[in-house]
Design a protein around this ligand. Structure first.
Ligand code: UGA
Length: 437
């Protein structure tokens, strides 16, 4: 099938290369000329395991074209994905400026093709996470460009990929969700995805848009729930991992997203959870449950830092080693990363920071150029008063804890991800503190 993907962020680029890898003719479009040049050279602008290989292969096999022209991509394609960013505006509502701009350009291009007498029908697909009603909005914008309603359909097809495992998630999604007004439009996408052989759910536009917000908010709720349980565990001496295992063994609850830690971050949960609260408000409902999910999350890292501060007698003059800076492993993304909250707290308290991350340090350096960044995780503990495990990178799991402890001023380990066992840490000479007992 001939496909255009507008926007080459995580969602757009991964969708584009995967569809190209399945043998579709894909044009990925971006208005950032630097990005376009990089992509044409086979260099992905994001870090994502496996993406570079597929990008290079699909480019050289001719299935993937990179362009900066929406008009060119619209003319060549039957299906046009909108995959541009929808960041939160200051009041927490999603900022749809980019979606509006792209929809306008698509509408203009279709109107122009129709004027030239081209025989056409386009399916415009909202892949970006957008609030309920955005499908209707895109449809209206395209109509406003003078396009006849018979020439296009708007479909919602939210993405459920996770950063760090985006290729696999796109190749093997739990479900493919298609929201459409007309059956024929949905069938077009069913044809596109049929080869993946995954469950496909067809709904109306608004339901599909709400499913995305509801799913991310539900997952965030699971994490906040187990983090709230971790607070009780810390007081009563229970072990939160055992509690999560016991709960998760019930198939109705499930064991995924019950890993207690520093709380959820990243580019999606914070934005989508707030988006759902705002959507509820818009329709006259006060979603107090989800507000509390946010409040629990906001306090989770702060609570951990209060424990650290109390243990070392305040941050003033203390040297703290941070292990991991990315919001989660296998990504260089630091959006809403817990490391940033920690850095703020430690610096505000007069402490000194030494940090290591396998790939995210460069991004943090832009925000905090004066922090010490090391080339090896073992170097963060040198002369440190305490070290903190912030991101549970695999390469941190089997560290030589004795070697890590040895050069420290005081051997204190705060494990924000429950990556180590108390027995191993204590054997290495650490005083060990973690979340949830
Ligand atoms: C999330 C969803 O999992 C995807 O399905 C969705 O497509 C994506 O948002 C999106 O809307 O684009 P992502 O943000 O990449 O994906 O990362 P997750 O693996 O879901 O992790 C989110 C946060 O939750 C991270 O901060 C992670 O550390 C935290 N987390 C996750 C926990 O604290 N405990 C857990 O058990 C799981």
């Amino acid at each position: 099938m001939k496909v255009a993907v507008i926007g080459t962020g995580y969602v757009g680029l991964v969708t584009g290369v995967v569809l190209a890898d399945l043998g579709n003719d894909v044009i990925c479009v971006d208005n950032n000329v630097e990005k376009v040049a990089k992509l044409r050279a086979g260099i992905p602008p994001i870090y994502e395991p496996g993406i570079e290989e597929i990008l290079k292969r699909t480019l050289s096999d001719g299935f993937l074209t990179i362009s900066d022209s929406i008009a060119f991509a619209v003319e060549a394609s039957e299906v046009i994905f909108i995959a541009v960013g929808t960041p939160s505006a200051d009041d927490g509502t999603p900022d749809l400026t980019a979606v509006r701009g792209v929809a306008t350009a698509i509408g203009k291009s279709i109107a122009d093709l129709a004027r030239r007498g081209t025989d056409l029908h386009k399916v415009i697909v909202n892949k970006s996470t957008v609030p309920v009603g955005s499908g209707e909005l895109v449809e209206q914008i395209v109509l406003n460009q003078g396009v006849d309603p018979s020439l296009f359909d708007v479909v919602s097809n939210p993405e459920f990929l996770r950063e760090g495992s985006a290729i696999r998630d796109t190749m093997q999604p739990d479900r493919i969700l298609i929201g459409a007004k007309r059956r024929e439009a949905a069938v077009k996408l069913v044809d596109l995805y049929a080869t993946l052989e995954r469950p496909i759910l067809i709904t109306d536009l608004n339901s599909a848009e709400l499913i995305k917000y509801a799913s991310n908010s539900f997952l965030a709720m699971k994490i906040s729930f187990i983090n709230a349980i971790s607070r009780i565990c810390e007081e009563c001496g229970a072990n939160v991992s055992d509690v999560a295992k016991g709960m998760g063994a019930d198939a109705r609850i499930g064991s995924q997203f019950l890993q207690a830690g520093l709380g959820w971050g990243g580019s999606c949960f914070p934005k989508d959870v707030t988006g759902l609260i705002k959507t509820a408000e818009q329709f006259g409902y006060d979603f107090s449950l989800i507000k509390e999910v946010v409040a629990i999350n906001d306090d989770q890292t702060l609570h951990f830092m209060r424990r650290l501060e109390a243990k070392i007698g305040g941050f003033k003059g203390r040297r703290i080693g941070l292990m991991g800076l990315a919001f989660k492993p296998n990504t260089d993304d630091i959006r809403d990363a817990k490391s940033l909250i920690m850095i703020e707290q430690i610096l505000a308290g007069g402490g000194v920071i030494c940090a290591f991350d396998p790939i995210a340090s460069e991004h943090v350096k832009v925000l905090y150029p004066d922090i010490e960044y090391t080339h090896s995780v073992y170097d963060v503990s040198k002369d440190a008063d305490a070290i903190v495990l912030v991101t549970e990178w695999n390469e941190f799991r089997q560290l030589d804890l004795k070697r890590l402890a040895e050069p420290m001023k005081t051997k204190i380990l705060f494990d924000g991800r429950r990556a180590y066992t108390r027995a191993n840490a204590e054997r290495a000479g650490f005083e060990y503190f973690t979340i949830g007992g």
